[in-house]
Design a protein around this ligand. Sequence first.
Ligand SMILES: NC(=O)c1ccc[n+]([C@@H]2O[C@H](COP(=O)([O-])OP(=O)(O)OC[C@H]3O[C@@H](n4cnc5c(N)ncnc54)[C@H](OP(=O)(O)O)[C@@H]3O)[C@@H](O)[C@H]2O)c1
Length: 236
Amino acid sequence: MPTVLIIGAGPRVGQASAEAFAAAGFQVAVASRKQNTGANYRHYTFDAAEPDKVPALFEKVSADLGIPSVVIYNAYKGGMTPPDSPFELGLEDFQAGLNVNTTTPFIAAREAVKGFEKLGPSQLGPAGGTFIFTGNMLNISAIPGLMAFGMQKNATANMIRHLALAAYNGKPYKFYYADERHADGSYVTTDLSGPGHAELFLGLAKNAKQGPWDHTFVSGKGYVEFPQQESLAWYP
Ligand SMILES: NC(=O)c1ccc[n+]([C@@H]2O[C@H](COP(=O)([O-])OP(=O)(O)OC[C@H]3O[C@@H](n4cnc5c(N)ncnc54)[C@H](OP(=O)(O)O)[C@@H]3O)[C@@H](O)[C@H]2O)c1
């Protein structure tokens, strides 16, 4: 049975993804500070603000359930400033966000790839290994009040692009920055769809081919390419 590790599993994306992957025959490991997803899934207490704890998380999950062939990184730390004061975020807050949104994903991707290499083509199966980072449109747009969060998501988007297009191009590993949008291309907020993410994630995991790494998608519809939007108002 293949294993999926969901880092940052809560009631929406995490829960729906756990359900979808379990129904598809995966062993499911969920990691978060609190147990949010019910007792059906093996929970690991983990704080994404501590990047140095990532290797131990992967070791434990691998020992308990098997090396993950799918890793979903869904933890995040937002943080708004007044729109006209982007530097009003203290250094400590900036660095905490940097850990959760950038540094820990870097280590998680590293550990995921180590696992893919250990599994090798025979155990990965025809679909290969998959690493998905839950993003938003801050990798391509300036949104007032969200400069630091955007810097951090964008740094990870850059990592995903590099892994997909340069480092592992040609290997049976896939890397995605998933960005849900409304059908008109505007960004989702609290109306984000957990099941929409889960359906997309499972489809990406099952598909052997690397699709567009910057995976802008509409719930229930899948990948949609939208025109570039360099800057946006808050809640456009
Ligand atoms: N496409 C868009 O425009 C858009 C819009 C909104 C959100 N998003 C993205 O969607 C993702 C979250 O979606 P969601 O809220 O629906 O997911 P969720 O699975 O319902 O919740 C995410 C879980 O992450 C966990 N988490 C947060 N900080 C963590 C930390 N430091 N260490 C470990 N776990 C942590 C939290 O659990 P604990 O508190 O128990 O740790 C939380 O329950 C984020 O990546 C966010 O940026 C995208």
